[in-house]
Design a protein around this ligand. Structure first.
Ligand code: FAD
Length: 516
């Protein structure tokens, strides 16, 4: 029996929510959990870490954290809770690297499973015609890169930031500048091992338990805990030519982006971003990028303008002689402002792990652990001009709160059977407002202003019927979740009844609540 849940937003600003003592029925369960025979262990104290995430706005304290050593630790725990049926309403959240934005990996008074403790199976690379790597669901993508590169191999599809777990990104989609060609990370998995909400351990793939396989991919953790994944690999590269060019017209920028992703003979990575009123930006770039024409570049003024940047990368082997020619040919097909061509050359690992450098700098200034009221949207191509005009020219006056990414993706590279929902058009754009609420001299952090701005963007999308979807979605009513999933809602609910009928898993997504 599923009851749809609508927990009100409770943030750090209302800490009383997190301090309520556990129900007495739950206390009995915790006593019995202590008696389970595990390879790993439970912690019942100092659990604040499990109530933190990158968003730093939602803090739900669990009553226990499981540090599993074996898959059986996870299955015994869930089975035990499942077998208690309606005598408990205890919930279980898998926590990957805790880089969610609104408490999605948290479990108020429940059990959080620290997936990074699960080191089984040991990472194992299979070279051969269809190379792959078997990894634990709690493995970080950065570790996978370092291991697979030893064999000259690497995953094909990435996220911009690699200090995220396999289970965390596969529960969403895993999108970056390679997705136009290879699809998202959920499209690059051959097989998974999953512990369902009944505690069963099942292997699933396109052929074996396909309904569970597709359900779990993009399934927001609702149908099972990913304990192992088999990730498809391709050849790793050695070096990367990293390029940025600027536009002042949105339509020229988006035409060029769409042109670039329409061909297989193109760059290996294609993204883009918006720069609103950021005079200092071009100067900042000079530390990592060289202007192709330094004299003209100094004469280019970005004052007060809205600029659009395409960011591209071409992978290459240092022995390859043709790479510059190939790049010149590709660039000659574009219509960017000629004086704004910036180039850089880095190693493959440096390129893929580029956001980590920013993390190190921000951490040193204490600016990594601030609230992150991010908003990620998928906007259909047919409405991207309307969206850009209203949002970049009217709603936003600058983007000093953080980067705004925008790039198109080919829907043909997505599998419609997964739980992930996207706009129903051949091409859609990922638009990511990656804001940080930074402390200012008046003691405020601007969080409320950013949240209000995000809401204006969402209100505009609804009013203008833009037909977009939230990525890393956050909804608080049943109607919103139904609208989010649209025609896929029925399948989503059916899968929940099949694999997690007591709605034990991933309560932090706030989609389903266990019947009491
Ligand atoms: P968590 O936050 O720990 O968990 C996320 C959800 O998945 C929770 O509901 C949790 O219960 C569930 N979950 C976790 N592990 C498992 C498991 N093993 N099995 C089942 N469910 C599980 N995303 C992109 O697509 N592209 C990007 O370029 C990108 N860049 C990012 C950059 C930064 C700096 C940050 C903070 C996030 C970025 N993200 C990006 C978003 C990121 O993919 C998601 O937030 C992802 O969920 C984080 O992974 P995690 O391991 O921290 O998951």
């Amino acid at each position: 029996i599923l009851v749809l849940c609508c927990i009100p937003d409770k943030s750090k600003r209302n800490p009383s929510f997190a301090r309520t003592p556990p129900h007495s029925s739950s206390s009995k369960v915790f006593l019995s959990l202590r008696k389970l025979n595990l390879d790993g262990y439970f912690s019942f104290e100092n659990l604040h870490h499990a109530a933190e995430d990158f968003g730093n706005r939602y803090h739900f304290l669990p009553s226990a954290v499981l540090h599993p050593k074996a898959v059986s630790d996870i299955s015994s725990t869930i089975k035990h809770i499942f077998d208690m049926g309606s005598t408990t309403n205890l919930k279980v959240a898998a926590r990957g690297h805790g880089h969610s934005l609104q408490g999605q990996a948290q479990a108020h008074q429940g059990v959080v499973i620290n997936m990074e403790s699960l080191q089984q199976p040991k990472m194992h690379v299979h070279a051969g015609q269809l190379p792959y790597v078997d990894v634990s669901g709690g493995e970080l993508w950065i570790n996978i890169l370092y291991e697979t590169i030893k064999y000259g191999l690497a995953p094909k599809s990435w996220t911009d930031y690699l200090h995220l777990t396999v289970g965390g990104t596969l529960s969403n989609a895993g999108i970056s500048g390679q997705a136009f060609r290879y699809g998202p990370q959920i499209h690059n998995v051959y097989q998974m091992e999953v512990v369902t909400g009944k505690g069963e351990v099942l292997t699933c793939s396109e052929k074996q338990n396909p309904d569970l396989f597709y359900g779990v991919l993009g399934g927001l953790g609702q149908f099972g805990i990913i304990t192992r994944a088999r990730i498809s690999l391709g050849p790793a590269q050695k070096k990367v030519k990293w390029i940025r060019v600027l536009y002042s017209e949105f339509s020229t920028f988006s035409d060029d982006q769409e042109h670039l992703i329409s061909s297989m003979n193109t760059f290996d990575y294609i993204e883009g971003f918006v720069i609103i009123n950021r005079t200092e930006l071009l100067n900042n770039w000079r530390s990592s990028f060289d202007p192709k024409d330094p004299i003209q570049a100094t004469q280019f003024s970005s004052d007060g303008k809205i600029l659009y940047c395409i960011e591209m990368a071409k992978y290459f082997d240092p022995d390859e002689t043709e790479v510059n020619k190939k790049i010149e040919r590709l660039l000659s097909e574009l219509n960017f402002i000629p004086s704004t061509l910036f180039l850089s050359e880095v190693s493959y690992i440096e390129f893929l792990d580029r956001v980590h450098l920013s993390e190190i700098k921000l951490r040193a200034k204490g600016l990594w652990e601030v609230p992150h009221p991010w908003l990620n949207l998928l906007i259909p191509k047919s409405r991207i001009l309307d969206f850009a005009k209203e949002v970049f020219e009217n709603i936003l006056t600058d983007n000093s709160n953080g980067p705004i990414l925008i790039y198109p993706i080919n829907k043909s590279k997505w599998n419609n059977e997964t739980s992930m929902v996207t706009p129903d058009e051949d091409i859609f754009y990922l638009v990511a407002f990656l804001s940080s609420a930074l402390p200012s001299s008046d003691g405020k952090d601007g969080l409320e202003d950013i949240v209000a701005q995000n809401q204006r963007i969402l209100d505009f999308c609804a009013k203008a019927r833009i037909g977009g979807k939230q990525y890393l979605p956050h909804h608080s009513t049943q109607e919103e979740w139904e609208a989010h999933f649209g025609p896929q809602w029925e399948t989503f609910v059916r899968r929940k009844s099949a694999y997690d009928p007591l709605a034990i898993l991933a309560p932090g997504q706030r989609i389903f609540q266990k019947a009491i």
